[in-house]
Design a protein around this ligand. Sequence first.
Ligand SMILES: [Zn+2]
Ligand SMILES: [Zn+2]
Ligand SMILES: [Zn+2]
Length: 134
Amino acid sequence: MSEGAVAPRRTKQRAAIGALMEDLADFRTAQQVHEALREAGDRVGLSTVYRTLQAMAESGEVDVIRTADGESAYRSCRIHGHHHHLVCRSCGRTVEISGPDVEDWAAEIGRQHGFRDIGHELELFGLCADCAAS
Ligand SMILES: [Zn+2]
Ligand SMILES: [Zn+2]
Ligand SMILES: [Zn+2]
């Protein structure tokens, strides 16, 4: 394969993964994304899916959280910019949330200790109503 043939193929895979992520409502691990791609007939290697999702997370195209199992899970969020997630630890159902109180608290704690440019990551995990009922 010539050098020039590599990039378009990679771009195509990234486009396929990006399109799938747009369709998925909830956080999915690379393994789950890989399975969904296979079901859709896309033959993409698991390591490519990992790398692509990681790159998309770094560029802000998808959000990434760490699940209770310590795995990375990815989601294409409708909200751009800073926000948090409420995630069902059973089915993965996700609600995007903003927490003004948390933002104020984080800024205030930073101020008290003389820190600037405070960032934080906060995700809430629980059981959604459907999972709790079954
Ligand atoms: Zn998000
Ligand atoms: Zn659930
Ligand atoms: Zn926040």
